[in-house]
Design a protein around this ligand. Sequence first.
Ligand code: G
Ligand code: G
Ligand code: MN
Ligand code: NA
Length: 256
Amino acid sequence: LHLEADLYRALDRGELRVTYQPTFNAASRLVGAEALLSWLHPVQGVVPPAVFIPMAEHSGLIVQIGRWVLREATRQLALWQRQYPHLTVSVNLSARQFRNNDLVQDVQAIVEESGIRPGTLVLEVTESLLMDVPDAQDVLMRLRELEIELDLDDFGTGYSSLSYLQRFPFTGLKIDRSFMTNLDLHPDGRGSTGENIVRSVVALAHSLHLSVTAEGVETQAQAEFLRGIGCEVLQGYLLGRPVAPEAFPLELLSVN
Ligand code: G
Ligand code: G
Ligand code: MN
Ligand code: NA
């Protein structure tokens, strides 16, 4: 496939970009960003990550690309932190990066080189990644020793979310956006099944001292429901789309 060959050159040619989707606390103050890759192909235009990340995984190129994303996102975060020291950035990891023995060393070197504040880099890991990587626990523990925060991404969509929370040293979870679509909010306050599930997940996260982010918030009603049940962090098109760093809405940060 041409696209796969093109991907090899995309990094060198500067066709890959990191975009940043803002995340907000319940008071609608900006708290962080999720780094999301995009590829501006010279002929095809924008190629979505859902298309090229699997290609990069397959070819192994994701290891180089992933390293570049980490370097780029932490460099950007360090710049923002000169003004806003509490800002965080979340970076997605894939299984192939995890199986690479150098991951922990790479992360350590990149974090040190960037000068970001400890505890402000979050790595997002999915359940399916954990199924594919036999020594994931060891890798996650070593990342925690570097004060890297760890979010279990797409929470609730896999088979063993709960046992993964027990086995691995996560510091947060992200409720998959399918739960927002299926919230089925009841205006009479009776509580739909969808509402009760999300409420229970938030309570579970709190009782385990995990931070909780709701993904895919697209309506005001969803946002109000989430704030009402004590969900700390909200992310979604209602609040902000992924944007280039120049367009990141820093003005929505709290004034400390
Ligand atoms: O933007 P979109 O919905 O197409 O994203 C599809 C998937 O691509 C998401 O699951 C997201 O986590 C993943 N993704 C986006 N950026 C990165 C990245 O830098 N690294 C990895 N491994 N996955 C990413
Ligand atoms: O798998 P992961 O959670 O990392 O996927 C992140 C993807 O979700 C990104 O591609 C991002 O563009 C997309 N996304 C973020 N907010 C929303 C939203 O409110 N609605 C939808 N449909 N997708 C979203
Ligand atoms: Mn994610
Ligand atoms: Na997700």
